[in-house]
Design a protein around this ligand. Sequence first.
Ligand code: CA
Ligand code: CA
Ligand code: CA
Length: 352
Amino acid sequence: MITGNPAKVFILSPATDKGGTYASKVLDAETASLWGELNWVASVPEGASLAFETRSGNSKDPGESWSKWSAAMPKPGKVTSPAARYLQWRVKMGGTASGDSAVIQEAEIVYQSLNRPPRIETLQVGDSAGSSESSSSNSTSKSNGAASKSGSTASKSSSSESSSSSAQKDSIPLSWKAEDPNGDTLVYRLEYRRVQETLWKEIEKDLKAAKHSWDVSNLPDGKYEVRLTASDRLANPPGQVGEDSCQSEPILLDKTAPEVAEWTGQKVEGNTFDVRVLVRDKTSRLTAVEVILDGRVDERLSLLPEDGILDSIEETFQVHIGDLAAGEHSISLLAEDEEGNAGAGYLLFTVP
Ligand SMILES: [Ca+2]
Ligand SMILES: [Ca+2]
Ligand SMILES: [Ca+2]
């Protein structure tokens, strides 16, 4: 059902002048409007005359930008002045020879606001509050490495494993602000595409609320864009519907934890231990890599990669530990990506 903007009416104050021309004040329809019927009831004595004229414009005071006065309307009918926000009318009355003139009892002009399209002001993808509630999917892979004998006769055995946890949600909150100049009820459509794709795919349509939880559980890691379209079609007939669209900045979807990919060059020499480790994320930059010796979480150390800067999805680190007592030791490596997904690796070794 179309619940369009209802037509409104200006009631014109009757002119009581005896003859001559009477001009109204400027009427303000508040938004650009289409002018309809001008109707009046008047008593016109034999020999007297009466005719209305109108003009319209979009400035408060009639000026250059306004239309010219319309042709005289001796009878009620449709206003011919162009659609605009403001209208003025005047009435020309001719008297009889005996000095009688017309008397207008009532007059009115019907007008209807023109539809104007909605306007999207903001579109937010993700939570601004940054509460990253995790729905974690844990996976553990284990690989038992053979003991490295290089440079040492002492290292008896070592083993390593890695695990990961995902910090990114399975859904991303979308919210927006949109307005309609006519106050029309708006409906929204949401779409997405991977960056570099051309076709948009629907997330949801016919939304009335200005927010939606976007289910991304089935989407692979990557960069995505979201498009919002607002329509006032519920309040306007087809052909007069207004729309506005807005596209988000590309957002990174990374649901996969970094992986401690490879331990190499393990070497025990006296009371020191050296190892080189490769850490890799599939999608986003590594942002933190820390090492923990023998489970002493309070003494965790941040590691800098060999190239001195944590700036890519893959980095290698040199781990050097001194002052080790004889016996079994372990190091845990914790790695985080841009989205806060955390992966861990574990290596066991022995100092003779
Ligand atoms: Ca509208
Ligand atoms: Ca990742
Ligand atoms: Ca680097």
